[in-house]
Write a protein that binds this ligand. Structure first.
Ligand SMILES: [Mg+2]
Length: 328
């Protein structure tokens, strides 16, 4: 049994709250361009910086979207399996999540869950679809695997990803973000995250963010991750960086959610803006804090986390793919 690590717990709570804050803040301007945002918020200096809801989903202030609720569903599935990432449990949790009629659902996520309902298989075939839906919900994996080897963590990252998404770029980005979150949760700083991002760019130059077009990022994982890297690796405090990222518009709830997760883990709870936290729906805040605490405290020593993956996509292939994404 591993005792509670107070520092890990604090960073975990901040990562969860950061994820929800970025999602809630970004949802207001999802699908807008930076010009449209500047126009809409002209009375506030052209910058969207408060949690006010609205957006194309017509959210109430402090409501979140699929990014946060899928992460919570994944975390619950992991907790129910004693801290392990088991694809059948993950797929069942996503299925239940979809049945509960979430405010928002991506096409690839819907297809993956319907595929599971139809076939009982908790993984999809490789496809040309490199959306950001598996990356946006990856936080619980990084937390439950905070003490695992990188290779094992990469396997777990793919095990949850492949329930709905399977594409070399989406896979590589999801593993990279899980490792970045693991580093930030461990108390490593921005430089450690930059090293991870640079390693991804060396492998897949598509992700080069310096000098790239970053405005209006789409749901394509490459666009999303470039905007997140540029924002998270910039100078500034939690709020400055998060506000800058969502004001790029596009898939702003997801760039906000992923960036918020990393920025929260880097900053810890003392680095989070209290007035913003107060705007987050109490129910979401409570669920985020409870799940962060539970996962940080779980005795989740690795025990065959991909057990139960049937057929051709069993442990061998997952391990092979994961191994190719993590050296050593
Ligand atoms: Mg969303």
């Amino acid at each position: 049994m591993i005792g509670v690590d107070a520092d890990l717990e604090d960073r975990a709570i901040a990562a969860y709250l950061g994820l929800a804050l970025g999602d809630a803040l970004g949802a207001t301007v999802e699908f807008l361009t930076p010009r449209e945002i500047a126009h809409q918020f002209s009375r506030e200096g052209g910058v969207h910086r408060h949690i006010i809801g609205g957006g194309w989903l017509r959210l109430g202030a402090g409501e979140v979207t699929d990014d946060t609720t899928m992460a919570l569903a994944l975390g619950e599935a992991i907790l129910a399996e004693g801290g392990q990432v088991r694809p059948p449990a993950v797929a069942r949790a996503f299925d239940a999540w979809m049945r509960a009629k979430p405010v928002d659902i991506g096409n690839t996520v819907r297809r993956g869950i319907l595929h599971f309902r139809r076939t009982g298989r908790p993984w999809v075939r490789p496809s040309a679809d490199a959306g950001n839906g598996a990356a946006m919900r990856c936080l619980p994996v990084a937390l439950t695997g905070a003490r695992w080897s990188e290779r094992r963590l990469a396997r777990a990252a793919l095990a949850q990803a492949w329930v709905t998404h399977r594409h070399p770029l989406a896979d590589a980005a999801t593993v990279c973000l899980v490792l970045m979150a693991k580093d930030a949760l461990a108390g490593l700083g921005q430089e450690a995250l930059a090293t991870r991002a640079e390693a991804l760019v060396r492998r897949h130059p598509e992700f080069r963010w310096e000098g790239a077009r970053l405005d209006n990022p789409s749901g394509y994982i490459v666009d999303t991750v470039k905007a997140v890297f540029a924002g998270v690796l910039a100078p500034g405090d939690f709020t400055e960086r998060l506000v800058a990222i969502v004001n790029r518009g596009g898939d702003a709830d997801t760039t906000g959610a992923i960036a918020g997760m990393l920025l929260g883990a880097l900053a810890g709870t003392r680095g989070l803006p209290e007035p913003c936290l107060d705007r987050l729906r109490a129910e979401i805040r409570v669920r985020c804090v409870a799940q962060a605490r539970a996962l940080a405290a779980a005795d989740n020593a690795p025990r065959g986390e991909t057990a139960g993956v049937p057929g051709s996509v069993g442990r061998g292939l997952l391990a092979q793919e994961a191994g190719s994404l993590v050296p050593g």
